[in-house]
Design a protein around this ligand. Structure first.
Ligand code: FAD
Ligand code: DLZ
Ligand code: SF4
Length: 517
């Protein structure tokens, strides 16, 4: 028989390791829409539409290019509901001499793939996913040599390895990292050019109808589904980013403006993670823009760092830390996720705007995920498992390998500081500085305690106070406690009481409400 090549939903790459060099007449490609994957968490409706539509478009492209594709739809009457079940059925249909599959992005899926050699009668070959700059083995080797893992040092290795923004063995411009130039607050009226929007075609419309029927109770709106679902569309999105937004990407990377959901971000994560765009190629295009004088170094370096730095780093970290990362809870946070994370109904204007964007677009940009939504969960002490599930559900670009390190380690400090050197806790002051949220908020950001005070202010000190034992020894934090001690007992008590009152109200509002997904 032929070689059977299963391609998973986030492996939509023409040059995938399992296809490279294969003869078309000796290969059957298998693609599977399965119930298990669609429901292991109750994904945002747009996320399911995106993945199914991109899979269907990819299958059509492969067929056009002369490949044989066996495509199993979710509603096929015999659908077994799982990858393993569907591969078993495909083996019966095609009687292959071997199965070739690229390793899965997620631990959960990889576990089941690793059982295939014992389960199936034919040879099973599991190939490394080489769509990353660093292999999992390479990251492990890098990590083994040091006591503390820091993204910055890994990133420098990746710069050397790829040669991106290098002048010989020196970083272009003399510095490795230009983050200090990338913290501009939004000026009045800051607005970015509209990114290209892709109206649903017939295939996407079928997926929308399917999701409205089968996943009606999942979170999110489908009205504004405009994601790229093909490589062509993803490239148009990338072209527009490089032409119109890369220049300002750096300076406004951390800025937030009410109602402006994209600003100067690339909005390319969904396409990169699906495999429609090659991350290294994007970095090379950014570097070219710098060489051509079309974008400043701080913007280009910032963009490249997000991809060959953070994206690669969290993936290596994930495989190093699984499976225990999913259960990590170093700060012992136990509170339930507030219901307003699903409804958006809160008077905190920053949170309401980020949740609205999340519901409408299955997207929020980085600083919203980190410093508004994430920061709130951190300082309010929300249980990591609940926060992790929320992030995995709501973002169209969310796969556990990239979501979990960001949420558990970067945001919640649940790993006890393996990834981040300190918790990213902040008071309302930070949000006020970097956004225009506070001016029209029901709360007052300048009010520290009592009625009407911005909840972030009191929660921040409540967090610092309750974790003093753990955090004080950290030299990047220790200083903060001298400020706290200097405040005096009365002021401290006012902060703690304000925070307690807020947390009690939050828990009362959550009572009687069954957890959604
Ligand atoms: P840009 O701002 O244009 O950045 C360019 C690219 O860099 C992104 O497309 C992405 O591929 C990469 N990147 C940037 N930051 C990170 C990061 N911290 N980790 C990994 N890659 C990064 N990204 C995901 O792809 N999936 C997730 O599930 C996800 N969950 C997150 C959860 C939290 C709590 C936080 C703080 C960040 C998370 N991120 C996640 C990272 C980042 O927020 C998104 O990649 C980014 O917002 C996507 O929008 P963009 O393409 O416009 O990014
Ligand atoms: C997220 C997802 C969903 C919703 N559905 C499918 C599916 O039906 N078929 C599929 O191949 N992949 C799906 N995915 C993406 C998988 O979960 C993804 O391939 C894993 O994260 C890989 O480890
Ligand atoms: Fe958010 Fe506080 Fe600003 Fe309101 S005042 S928008 S709650 S940071």
């Amino acid at each position: 028989g032929p070689i059977l090549v299963p391609i998973l939903g986030d492996q939509l790459t023409r040059d995938l390791a399992s296809l490279r060099g294969r003869a078309k007449d000796d290969t059957v490609i298998l693609m599977m829409e399965v119930w298990d994957e669609a429901t292991y968490v109750k994904h945002h409706k747009q996320k399911i539409v995106l993945i199914f539509s991109a899979m269907r478009h990819f299958a059509a492209e492969l067929r056009q290019a002369g490949w044989t594709v066996d495509y199993v739809q979710l509603t096929d009457p015999d659908n077994a509901g799982s990858f393993t079940g569907e591969v078993a059925r495909a083996i019966e249909r095609h009687n292959p001499r071997a199965v070739h599959i690229v390793e899965a992005g997620e631990w959960r899926v990889q576990q089941s793939i690793e059982e295939w050699p014992d389960k199936f009668d034919c040879n099973v070959e599991i190939l490394p996913d080489d769509r990353f700059v660093s292999s999992i083995a390479e990251f492990r080797e890098w990590a083994e040599d040091r006591d503390s893992l820091r993204m910055e040092f890994f990133y420098r290795e990746m710069r050397r390895k790829t040669g991106l923004l290098m002048d010989g063995d020196k970083p272009a411009g003399g510095e490795w990292n230009y983050d200090s130039e990338n913290r501009k607050p939004p000026k009045e009226g800051l607005a970015a050019p509209q990114r290209p929007l892709f109206e649903p075609d017939a295939i996407t419309q079928e997926c929308i109808d399917l999701v409205e029927e089968k996943f009606a109770d999942h979170f999110g709106s489908l009205d504004s589904f405009r994601w790229p679902v093909t490589r062509d569309q993803a490239e148009k999105a990338a072209d527009a980013f490089f032409a119109e937004r890369l220049e300002c990407f750096g300076p406004y990377q951390d800025a937030m403006v009410h109602g402006q959901d994209d600003l100067f971000h690339s909005m390319l994560s969904t396409s990169i993670n699906l495999g429609l765009l090659d991350p290294l190629e994007l970095c090379q295009r950014a570097e070219q823009a710098y060489k051509d004088g079309k974008a400043p170094l701080n913007s280009v370096e910032g963009f490249i760092r997000q991809i060959i730095g953070w994206r690669e780093y969290v993936r290596g970290f994930y495989w190093l830390q699984m499976p225990h990362l999913r259960r990590a809870n170093a700060l012992n946070a136990q509170r339930g996720l507030p219901e307003f994370f699903w409804t958006g109904e809160t008077d905190m204007r920053c949170l309401a705007d980020c949740i609205r964007s999340t519901r409408d677009n299955a997207h929020a940009h980085h600083i919203q995920r980190l410093m508004v939504l994430g920061n709130f969960c951190l300082i309010a002490g929300i249980s990591p498992r609940e926060v992790q599930d929320w992030y995995l559900v709501v973002y169209a670009d969310a796969y556990e390998w990239v979501e979990l390190p960001n949420v558990a380690a970067m945001v919640l400090y649940a790993d006890g500081g393996e990834l981040a050197s300190k918790p990213y806790a902040a008071s309302g002051n930070y949000i006020n500085k970097m956004s225009n949220y506070c001016s029209d908020c029901a709360y007052s950001v300048s009010k520290k305690t009592g009625e009407g005070a911005c909840p972030f202010n009191a929660l921040y000190w409540h967090f610092m106070d309750r974790h003093r034992d753990t955090l004080e020894a950290n030299h990047r934090i220790g200083r903060i406690y001298s400020n706290w001690d200097r405040m005096g007992e009365e002021k401290q008590a006012a902060y703690l009481e304000t925070a307690e009152a807020f947390l009690e109200a939050l828990e009362a509002a959550n009572k009687g409400w069954a957890r959604k997904p």
